[in-house]
Design a protein around this ligand. Structure first.
Ligand code: PLP
Ligand code: COI
Length: 365
């Protein structure tokens, strides 16, 4: 049976002027709306006490399992405002399903899809004024789940908290859709066979932070990980999937058990097929990419994900010069930008949603 939500409206909503100043230049992940969703889970009672509360710090006991063993998962999706004032989100059922898969891997309880989507609806309804209007901005929604049982034994927690917070979002990279260079990490892996790479759990991101520091220090926007096979198969970036575009228009993206099954990537591949592109989802080596760029067989590449949308990749930098290729000053590719437009037009309601990907959260004004 679907959860019933209670609601405690904030008595300290941010003033209109403050909110408007944030919405004028939201950046990414720095500002939060006036409310949050919380849902408790225990072994005895399952999911219960679904509620919307004023946004704010919540109490976490220092002995909570999440603080010691990292039993945590999260999701990321966006809410978009249309010209008529209505607010929509993109494929929330896919995020719900992926969160269920992540939960399964991290031994956390699975939140049913209808409760997941309702939690988004409740939060966006109450914080509707925080959804940016016009342009490419959106309200980034961050559902997450933590093991908050107070117990230091190493086993799956019996007490869990699910929450959703929301943050107005402009471009993830400060330079917007400007092409980026990517740092190749041969030294550090993000995930391995049988590990948690396909789950959206905090630990995967923790593992990416040191090589990401290296990437930043070398003027790169993200780190590129390879798999652990020794064959230098491409995996993904710290927070995005990778797609290569061949001269004949074919799109190639790595298939691997240990990368995140990206909803942006999957949607772009479908749109590309609609536009007549062939699509290959298979293991791809770094050599294939580097040699393809040298021979002219690979003409574009891009990073894609909810936060990044699509960002052109124009160069790979690496400790070993022999691994580096591409031109950091090259312009964005045409196929990349056409796919970006096709996707963002659907998300922002400017194009027909032929696949039925959009879910309405708030009615038109
Ligand atoms: N890979 C990683 C490691 C990510 O963090 C993300 C972002 O969520 C993606 C890929 C892209 O996934 P999606 O398109 O579902 O946002
Ligand atoms: C997202 O795109 O939603 C992510 O979680 C990736 C992260 C870089 C913010």
């Amino acid at each position: 049976m679907a959860l019933q939500f209670t609601s405690t409206p904030s008595t300290a909503r941010k003033a209109q002027a403050e909110r408007e100043a944030v919405l004028a230049d939201p950046g990414f992940g720095r500002h939060f709306t006036d409310h949050m969703v919380l849902i408790d889970w225990t072994v005895e009672d399952g999911w219960h006490d679904a509620r919307v509360e004023p946004y704010g710090p919540f109490t976490v006991d220092p002995a909570s399992a999440v603080l010691h063993y990292g039993q945590e998962i999260f999701e990321g999706l966006k809410a978009y405002r249309r010209e008529d004032g209505s607010v929509w989100t993109f494929r929330p059922d896919q995020n719900a399903a992926r969160m269920q898969r992540s939960a399964q891997r991290l031994a956390l309880p699975q939140l049913p899809t209808e409760d997941f989507v309702e939690s988004l609806r409740r939060l966006v309804e109450v914080d509707e004024q925080w959804v940016p209007a016009g342009g490419e901005d959106s309200l980034y929604l961050r559902p997450f789940m933590i093991a908050n049982e107070v117990f230091l034994g190493v086993r799956a927690a019996q007490t869990v908290l699910f929450s959703v917070i929301a943050s107005p979002a402009g471009p993830y990279f400060p330079a917007g859709v400007k092409p980026v260079s990517i740092w190749l990490s041969r030294e550090y892996a993000r995930a391995g066979k049988g590990g948690t790479g396909a789950a959206k759990c905090g630990g995967n991101y923790a593992a990416s932070l040191l090589p990401t520091q290296e990437a930043f220090a070398n003027g790169c926007a993200q780190v590129l990980f390879l798999d652990e096979s020794g064959d230098a198969n491409l995996e993904e970036l710290g927070g995005m999937n990778v797609v290569l575009v061949k001269a004949d228009g074919t799109l190639v993206t790595p298939r691997s058990e240990s990368i995140l099954d990206g909803i942006t990537r999957n949607s772009l591949l479908e749109l590309a097929q609609d536009m007549g592109h062939a699509v290959e989802h298979r293991p791809v080596t770094l050599d294939e990419w580097r040699d393809g760029v040298a021979s002219g067989e690979i003409v574009e590449s891009f990073a894609c994900g909810t936060a990044a949308v699509i960002t052109p990749i124009v160069a790979i930098k690496a400790k070993d010069e022999a691994d580096a290729f591409g031109d950091p000053d090259a312009p964005a590719g045409e196929v990349t930008m056409a796919l970006r437009t096709a996707l963002t037009d659907i998300q922002h309601g400017r194009a027909d949603d032929a696949h039925g990907w959009m879910t309405q959260l708030v009615e038109a004004r």
